[in-house]
Design a protein around this ligand. Structure first.
Ligand SMILES: [Zn+2]
Length: 78
């Protein structure tokens, strides 16, 4: 069960391996050999702890912001 990063997992599954065919894809960079991958941590916990992890992950996203200037910087690695 994915407790945090559900959207990342969904995006990787939706994209699939290889070049997705979208022009200038920021995910695979149109590399036909690209393999979907994400950091993963496995924890063993009870349902209550799992619920708390999920709530904190969602709340952290609510409180977060984006640095649009940095994201738009063409010198930004990525
Ligand atoms: Zn792609």
């Amino acid at each position: 069960m994915v407790l945090a990063g559900n959207h990342t997992a969904q995006a990787l599954n939706a994209h699939g391996a290889g070049d997705c065919g979208h022009e200038s894809c920021g995910v695979c960079r149109n590399d036909p050999s690209w393999t979907p991958a994400a950091r993963c941590e496995v924890v063993v916990c009870d349902k209550d702890a799992a619920r708390r992890i999920n709530i904190v992950d969602n709340r952290a996203a609510d409180l977060g912001t984006y640095d649009f200037e940095a994201l738009a910087d063409p010198r930004r690695p990525g």
